[in-house]
Design a binder for this molecule. Structure first.
Ligand code: ADP
Ligand code: PRP
Length: 181
């Protein structure tokens, strides 16, 4: 594998999916990993493959996932086919902070892109996104302070400001040797 597995992490509403989409649009070296989620296929937001809990459990039993976890009463999986993508490309995956240690064991080259924003910004963005109910938003905000492992390479970027700033900062940090824009 020559590509890097770039785990995009941060609290709910910080902008992980939005930043990933903007990064993939801005730089052809970056490819988004499409997740399998036990979420209503009509829920909106990121593009994902919807599965029922039964289908998801079958995929776990069949070793179809490189990584999988549970959060927000949902199951999430990174398909094992990510290995094909990593043969030639860098891959961006929206990950739980809770599976970073597992990611490090599963992939040769893992880099963490940690996005941050103030709690007020998170609350405003989650309300504006409109995908979750008020109690679900409150639960998500309660996880905003979740810690990262200390012994892993992390690029931390504040996404409180304009998206373009986050994108140019991230690309310079991911490809410091290149002037590509
Ligand atoms: N830099 C930004 N400036 C303004 N709004 C943003 C920015 N980044 C993300 N958003 C908005 O915040 C909301 C949450 O973003 P999303 O990508 O769904 O976050 P996450 O995947 O981390 O939960 C979305 O409505 C998105 O359009
Ligand atoms: O353990 P944590 O680091 O808190 O992350 C928990 C989950 O939250 C995010 O999911 P999802 O993209 O569904 O939620 P979000 O869009 O609200 O961030 C992330 O991808 C994890 O699946």
């Amino acid at each position: 594998m020559t590509g890097r597995f770039i785990a995009v992490v941060g609290p709910s509403g910080v902008g992980k999916d939005t930043v990933m989409a903007a990064l993939a649009k801005a730089d052809p070296r970056l490819h988004i990993v499409r997740r399998v989620i036990t979420r209503d296929p009509e829920a909106g937001g990121e593009e994902f493959d919807a599965a029922t809990v039964e289908e998801f459990n079958r995929m776990v039993a069949d070793d179809a996932f490189a990584l999988h976890w549970g959060a927000h009463d949902l199951n999430y999986g990174i398909p094992a086919s990510v290995d094909d993508l990593l043969r030639e490309n860098d891959a961006l995956a929206n990950l739980s902070r809770g599976v970073l240690d597992q990611a490090r064991m599963r992939f040769d080259d893992v880099l963490v892109l940690a996005l941050t924003a103030d709690r007020e910004v998170l609350a405003r963005r989650l309300a504006a996104r409109g995908r979750e109910s008020a109690p679900d938003i409150a639960k998500r905000l309660d996880r905003a302070g979740c810690a990262l492992p200390s012994d892993i390479e992390v690029i931390t970027i504040d996404n409180s400001g304009p998206l373009e700033n986050t994108v140019s900062h991230a690309i310079s940090a991911l490809y410091p040797e290149s002037v590509y824009r």
